[in-house]
Every structure is written in structure tokens, then in C-alpha cells.
Design a protein. Sequence first.
Length: 310
Amino acid sequence: MTPRVTVLMPVHNAADYVEAAIGSVLRQTYRDLELLVVDDGSTDRTEAVVASITDPRLRVLHRPRAGIVASLNAGLDEARGELLARMDADDVMGPERLARQVAYLDRNPEVVACGTDYELFGAMSGRVRMPRTPAACRARLLFGTCIAHSSAAIRLAALRSAGIRYRPEYGYAEDYRLFTELSQHGDLANLPYVGLRYRVADGQVSATRLAEQRATTLRIMRENLAGCGVSTVDDGTLARMIWLDGRGVGAAWTYLYREAPHLFGVAARAAGLHGARTAVRLIRERLNTALRPRRRTQPATQPVGVGNAR
């Protein structure tokens, strides 16, 4: 029988974590699923670890190393479910996540994708609250992805009918671009539930390719703001509004008085009341990041979104 949900998990050299990630998917309270693991040319023990798992719902696609975007698109082509749920190979899925997302999407046919809140573990800790409503998600898309990629459940028909795929020219922020395009074909939302434990580690894209990730993210932000009639913000100003790299009370106060008013003004011009509310939340997140004690060596940055951090 065709499964209702395809869980897509690209993996490259994640032997230390992939068994736990796969286990968290296969132990879901929602059972009508397949787990499609796309092995992107792993050279460690990943293949052996995955092969040791015998659940019939697990399907493995082996490919030569081509990168995350190629692996994701291969998964889109191979997925058999009605819904596509994303999962990364070093994260942990909450046990009721799929059940809650399927139920929500069944109740809300106008919603084409939904995510959840997530919990950080590893080099950082804490719960990240994502925007709830479609209006809040649209406003958040002006400044970053509104759904944590590894928490997403997406209607495959919406992607395929619109020809939406992960675009290599937006590499390192490909999820942000995908959700931007998808938002033109339906609503996006998030559930008030921690459906994902997100591992923070120094080897992630957000740590090793930070400059490239930020450049692509700024490009998408400029495009999204221009679509709302705001095209006068230069890259430097926009970057300072979105990323607070300094830590401590001094950095927090400087951001609050110099950059936060600019962010509030741009957001309100682009998206009205929802934009203003989004700006307040983003400002609070940046200040919390600046004041949060550092647990281990970690890039001094608060990523706009987490789905591209692999």
C-alpha cells in the first residue's frame, strides 16, 4: 500500500547520530509512513548503520556525493506519500509529531505546509517558538524561513503541481526559498508543540559556511521585501538588523537602540501589524541570544532559521 507520509532524511557521514534519528521516526505514534533515507555518498559507517535497521518502512537510496540540494530533490522524486515530512539525520523527532501534523493538515486543507516548535540540544539549549498563524508566517518570511525545515510536513501535490523544487542557486538557504515559493500557493503554519529536537554542533553549515549562507539569505530577504514594496534597504543595514553577532549587555543595548528601530520600521512598512509583531519577536530573539550564556564553542550568531544548517 502507498504510505500517507514519506519522511525524507538526507544523510552524509552521520554514523554517530543516524540510528537515533531513524529510531525516532520509526517509533512515531502515526504508523502509515515510509522513511526514505537518501545517502549522499557517505564514507563513514553510515551505510552499515542504516543497513542494520530492518523495519520494512525504511527505504534507502544510495547516490554519489552531490550535496544536500541534489539529495533533497532526489527524495522529492522518489517520495510516494501524500505528505512529505522532513527530518535531518542528526536530529530527533518528537513521538507525536506526525500524528499532530497529519491531523492538522486534514482539518485545514488551505494549509500546504506546517512545522512545529523545536528544542535545541548539544552546543546550545532552549525552546524556539515558531510563528503560528499563516499571517504571522508570511510576515516572518520577509526576514527568514518561517518553518524549521527539519520539522516540516508539506503537501507533495502542492510542490509538484507548482513545479517547486529545492533550487541550487539558493544553496545554504534552499529551504527558505522553497517556503517562499510555496507560500504563493497556500498557507503556512506551525503547531504549538515541540516536534523536533535540533542538534547544534560546530560542523553544521551555519557554522562552516556562514558567509555563503548569509549572502543567500540576504538575497531572498531583498526579493521578499521588494515584493512588498520595500526596496530601499541595503545589504549592510539589513544584515545588522537581522544578525547580532556580539554577546553581552553592551552588544544587546547597542542593537536595541541602533538596529531594532530600523527593523521595526521596515517590517511595519512591508507587512503592517503582522510585520510589527514579527519585528518585536525577532528583536527579542536577538537580545536573548546576546544575553544567553555560551555552553561550548559556538559561532556568535543567531541563525534566522534552522532548516539549512546541514
